[in-house]
Design a protein around this ligand. Structure first.
Ligand SMILES: Cc1ncc(COP(=O)(O)O)c(C=O)c1O
Length: 366
């Protein structure tokens, strides 16, 4: 989602990322020269995936998918080290987040959104006709961590807390002590505790996870995706891990066939061969250091990142907009932030291939 989501009258209007074709047409470049620095995806499909699809690839397409997604669920369970009954799958993390919102967030309810963060949390909250309680995160000197002094007193008002760990768009991790303090404060509310959603879309870049805490905190829901480290956003596979009773509630809302048989088959194979993700992460983390150093040498200021993207301070909002336009005229698409956003003087840049990153660095000085 772009930063242009806005409210007109009573209707929330969202705008999504423009297509390569739309960008090419607008900036007069060839579609094949467009590079997405705005979507936190990987520069290439996972190497070795074909090998991971053992045997001929022939999912039966004349039937509906297995409504329980037993194979995909088993693969996600084995990958995360939990029982299949502690997993629910969906069409990308976004659908899993949607299922969580439909399950836990009633109309006229409230969700806590520590900002800045992933835009879909606000979108899903407003789609439920619920109220988003925006709680500013600590600034750069607090490494964009949660401001617990502000957040904890609001817990009793909310049915859901949306949390990205590591966070998008800051690229920062969350200290485990903060997470535990939040979970303890929620647990102290007993049956009124809000669902604490820990969106670990970028988990594989840190190796840290809240999954082991699910036994102690039945309100904890960890969300994962194959879109980032596994480099498979095109197949749309995500899943949640939580205590059995929580998963049972999500299962009642999950659509029976939103993940195609083709996607479920590829997703299960990828989860059974996590070495492809490990290698992708190794390559991107190495490239992240090089990219950050080159951006710094070019006069921009990347914040520390534990993910596959960099939040980069450019200067004023106007300077950031001007820098974005310069990149877009070369087909390089950064994530921008609107004038009302606290990150308005920044761009967010996905770590792409060495050659693509070099194209961007060259464009800064051009
Ligand atoms: C924090 C976070 N959660 C979820 C998603 C979406 O994941 P998926 O592609 O699985 O829907 C993203 C994608 O950028 C993200 O940054």
């Amino acid at each position: 989602m772009t930063d242009a989501a806005r409210r007109t009258g009573t209707t929330q209007v969202y705008t999504w990322e423009p297509s390569n074709q739309a960008i090419a047409a607008r900036y007069g470049v060839r579609p094949e020269d467009v590079v997405r620095f705005d979507t936190n995806t990987s520069p290439a499909e996972p190497a070795g995936l074909a090998g991971a699809l053992a045997g001929p690839f022939d999912p039966s397409l004349n039937e509906y998918p297995d409504s329980e997604y037993a194979e995909l669920t088993a693969a996600a369970a084995a990958y995360t080290g939990v029982d299949p009954g502690e997993i629910v799958v969906g069409a990308g993390a976004d659908e899993v987040l949607d299922i969580i919102a439909k399950t836990f967030l009633p109309a006229a309810g409230a969700a806590i959104v520590p900002i800045p963060t992933y835009g879909m949390y606000g979108v899903l909250t407003s789609q439920r006709a619920a109220r988003a309680i925006a709680v500013p995160r600590r600034g750069t000197d607090g490494a964009f961590g949660l401001d617990l002094d502000r957040l904890l007193p609001l817990l009793a008002e909310a049915q859901v807390v949306w949390l990205a760990v590591p966070n998008n768009p800051t690229g920062a991790d969350e200290p485990e002590a903060n997470l535990l303090a939040l979970l303890d404060a929620a647990a102290a509310l007993g049956p009124q505790a809000p669902a604490i959603v820990v969106d670990e879309a970028y988990h594989e870049f840190t190796g840290r996870t809240a999954i082991p805490l699910r036994d102690r905190y039945p309100h904890l829901i960890v969300v994962r995706t194959l879109s980032k480290a596994f480099a498979l956003p095109g197949i749309r596979i995500g899943y949640a891990v939580a205590a059995r009773a929580t998963i049972a509630r999500l299962e009642r809302v999950r659509p029976p066939g939103s993940v195609s048989t083709v996607s479920a088959t590829i997703g299960a194979a990828a989860l059974r061969a996590p070495a492809t993700a490990v290698e992708n992460v190794r390559r991107l983390v190495e490239e992240r250091s090089r990219f950050a150093a080159a951006l710094t040498a070019a006069g921009w200021t990347p914040h520390p990142s534990v993910t596959n993207f960099l939040l980069v301070r450019i200067g004023s909002h106007e300077q950031a907009e001007e820098a974005a336009e310069r990149l877009l005229h070369r087909g390089l698409v950064p994530r921008t932030f609107g004038p009302a956003n606290p990150l308005r003087g920044h761009l967010r840049l996905t770590v792409r291939s060495a050659a693509e990153n070099a194209r961007l660095v060259e464009a800064i000085g051009a």
